[in-house]
Design a protein around this ligand. Sequence first.
Ligand SMILES: Nc1ncnc2c1ncn2[C@@H]1O[C@H](COP(=O)(O)OP(=O)(O)O)[C@@H](O)[C@H]1O
Ligand SMILES: O=c1ccn([C@@H]2O[C@H](COP(=O)(O)OP(=O)(O)O)[C@@H](O)[C@H]2O)c(=O)[nH]1
Length: 239
Amino acid sequence: MASEIRYPRVLLKVSGEALMGSQGFGIDVAVADRIASDIAEAHRLGVQVSVVVGGGNIFRGVAVASKGGDRVTGDHMGMLGTVINALALRTSLIKMGVDTIVLSAIAMPEICESFSQRSALAHQAAGRVVIFAGGTGNPFFTTDSAGALRAAEMGAAALFKGTQVDGIYSADPKKHPDAVRYDTLTHDEVLQKGLAVMDVAAVALSRENDIPIVVFSIHEKGEFAKILSGGGRATIVTE
Ligand SMILES: Nc1ncnc2c1ncn2[C@@H]1O[C@H](COP(=O)(O)OP(=O)(O)O)[C@@H](O)[C@H]1O
Ligand SMILES: O=c1ccn([C@@H]2O[C@H](COP(=O)(O)OP(=O)(O)O)[C@@H](O)[C@H]2O)c(=O)[nH]1
């Protein structure tokens, strides 16, 4: 029921690293199918879902730079990784009967359509799930920033970050098991406390556009729909 839905239009950022499952690299198709089933469930609830997919399971530009390589080339490789992930996620969604389109920030017309806000909104209005590939199309950015950017362009009511942990903690819970979890925070608190679950540019852009950020575990089946319906486990960042 549309009236029970907390956020009628959302942008979901899917962690690239989540897609590799227990493998050390690449895409575990079973995991891609599972994440797609959560997106399909939200879509069936009547929520307009668009997706930015990460690329950390394939390549990160900083890894090249840290070994003395060229950061910009590394970031180009990272952005191409996000296109591979977007195609995998589209395959999973289409298998489930969800009409899905991939729009890339970097033109590659033989493979997918290029991004424009106009076409993205038109595809969304036609009932499709839109997957944004290629991040922002610029080096030195992240797919979290791409998520915040596309959320603003699509008029999303919230930016969902589906990640490896179930919310925002006082410190990285993977390194500090005693870290305390927050149910709610403001954008300013995330920035002032230096909570590194998302990069500063993404949080600042969301703050500027008054877009709440919802951080939840992408590994919990059904959690996305639960949160959309007003329940579930997440940290919600609002003003
Ligand atoms: N304060 C914090 N609260 C929660 N997670 C944090 C925090 N600081 C760092 N992290 C780490 O940030 C990770 C998510 O960011 P990122 O590496 O960009 O992953 P993703 O692949 O989901 O984009 C989490 O898996 C977590 O280990
Ligand atoms: O706008 C962008 C988005 C991503 N990237 C590159 O693509 C990689 C993969 O994206 P990200 O690290 O955000 O993926 P995730 O952490 O979600 O797996 C990054 O490390 C960057 O090298 C980039 O250059 N510009």
